[in-house]
Design a protein around this ligand. Sequence first.
Ligand code: NAD
Length: 382
Amino acid sequence: MRTVMQDRMGTAMGTNRRNVLAGIGAGVAASIAESAFAQGGGRGRRKLGYAIVGLGSYATRQIMPRFKECDSSRLVALVSGTPAKLTRYAAEYDIPAGNCYGYRDFDRIRDNPAIDIVYIVLPNSLHAEYSIRAARAGKHVMCEKPMATSVAEAQAMIAASRAAARMLMVGYRSRFEPHNRLAIELARGGHVGPTRIVTAEHGFAAQPGQWRLDRALSGGGSLMDIGIYSLNAARYLTGEEPVSVQAVESTDRRDPRFRTVEDRIDFMLRFPSGAIANCVSSYSSNHNRYRVVGTGGDIDLEPATSYDGQRMTIRRDGATTARVLPAERRSQFALQLDHLSDCVTSGRAPIVAGEEGLADMRVIEAIYRSAREGRSVRFDRA
Ligand code: NAD
């Protein structure tokens, strides 16, 4: 189901499509990209207030420093179980003591009108609980990927945000990154012909001793954490939902890192158009790449979904074009933050609402089942 925002984005991008397809000029591509997210028009309006929940690596190194780029969003509150972190980051970001919370008094955010949106950046198994508590406190929610550790949790999160009439968005930042946005436009627009094959590879060597390797906190191994980028890319590049999946897991259970979670899981998705996605998810080798192969050429991104440094190569009609798009004023992180703020202000649905996270969770559960049972799993669609 397309959201209103997706339709509007489609229109905004559609007007420029001929230019894109003709030249794929970097400037043109960048202006398409900015125009797609400029519609909420955050500049000049009150900036919506975010509370960050979980002051770990991603929150403090990637998200919090980007509020200064934002047009519609500002950091107003912090939630952590570690008082020293609250003191340190409250001083750094000029957050009043009254806007700092622990996990036990988290629900008091209900009484704080400065907080519009709660951003959950906790280990995966805590996403559902804190998203639901935030919605019940009357707040909109941005939740990190993976949205949850099961379909049932993702459904409960969506139900809670609906019951509270609040928005729920998943932190799929690549949807805001210019090369990924251009790749989607080109792949779905038929620039290299109808898509036949997507290959998507994501992985890194997991360091021991972290919550990611503890199933109780992570909900699973490489697939939940990094393979989800391969899965999400296969879905956003084709614009389709898979009809079946076949997966194979390769984990050395003698490796102390992989006592409770998987290392490698390779999966093949079959889409209604006949396109196939071959996907890699690994906790023991480095990968960050995807390629869309159409009947008339291919689009390659490497790195594809990193924080920066994307490089795109397009091959068509015997010609190879390399593209590195210019950096935009707002990074993918700031665009993601502003997108939810603009959606809250305008009432438009986010392009990566809870339903997008739920769609990934359904496939993730099927991938695990396929690997476990050694057979292809089909999706029944009503
Ligand atoms: P991290 O370990 O650096 O941070 C996790 C934070 O949660 C820590 O501050 C920790 O103190 C806190 N925490 C609260 N309760 C905890 C508990 N019971 N056990 C362990 N920690 C607890 O992890 P991170 O890399 O910041 O990841 C946090 C979330 O962000 C994850 O869901 C991850 O998938 C996501 N993430 C997303 C991206 C992205 O690019 N979108 C990148 C990295 C992480």
